[in-house]
Design a binder for this molecule. Sequence first.
Ligand SMILES: C[S@@+](CC[C@H](N)C(=O)[O-])C[C@H]1O[C@@H](n2cnc3c(N)ncnc32)[C@H](O)[C@@H]1O
Length: 287
Amino acid sequence: MSFHQESILLSYRHSFHAGNFADIIKHIVQVEILEHLTKKDKPFTYIDTHSGAGLFNLNSEHARKLEEYAGGISKLEAQDWPELARYFEVIAEHNDGNAEGAYYPGSPLIAQDFLRGLDKAWLYELHPEDFQRLKHNIGHDRRVQVKHEDGFKGLLGLVPPPARRGLVLIDPSYEIKADYDQVFKVVNTAYKKFSTGTYAIWYPMVNRQQIDDLERNFVHSGIRDIQRFELGLAADSHGHGMTATGMIVINPPWGLMDKMSAVLPKLVDVLGESDEAFYKADVLVAE
Ligand SMILES: C[S@@+](CC[C@H](N)C(=O)[O-])C[C@H]1O[C@@H](n2cnc3c(N)ncnc32)[C@H](O)[C@@H]1O
């Protein structure tokens, strides 16, 4: 990686974006998968290749600068979404004693909520400050390893985990265009060693061609059982900002498609910013 690439990569701070519409679809899918994994007694492994700081104060200077949460989590009221009870419960746990509900948990703290005695989590974060925050936010937890290392490399070194079941969440910022290719290559390699794991890959829809290419790579990879969920607030803008966002899920748990097919139209109604708001919930590759 060149110095230029590294400085672009480390300029991204999730604290400016926490609780936005992309976090909502990402974390709903994450919660559904984790709920499913905890239904069986057998331990599971959670791997977060791009963890971020883990907990975000929506009243912070960063969050208030762009106020992306205002078009996201602030628009959802827990009582209107019984089907998302567990997702709202996790958020509420991180706002215990805080009536304003000013905290939004990131993927590592959401995962921590689901870990049982023998489950394990591996969290990777490259940004030095966010790594320190993440360590602090996770606290002392023997089940969790927090690594100041490249999550792509970390993942490849961990698979297959001894538990042989688990979730790999891949959530880069895609500020380096090479991330799109790297995501595919790393997942394809990891899958060959750990084909029973569930992989949830987040993507921003800024340029449709890039997403079409990413999906085509997966469709032609030989990997079976892939679903795709996408939420668009407006029509594709062809390079002018993130208008839609989605998740590609390999080995999705039973029930995920039904849940997302019920939730996504409601998210379109509540979060959509134009008549052209849309969703996709489809099977990219059958089982
Ligand atoms: C979109 S944010 C993660 C948000 C988090 N997954 C969540 O849902 O709360 C991406 C994070 O990945 C970090 N990062 C970028 N490249 C990385 C890499 N190769 N390995 C590990 N972390 C990386 C960035 O510093 C940033 O904090």
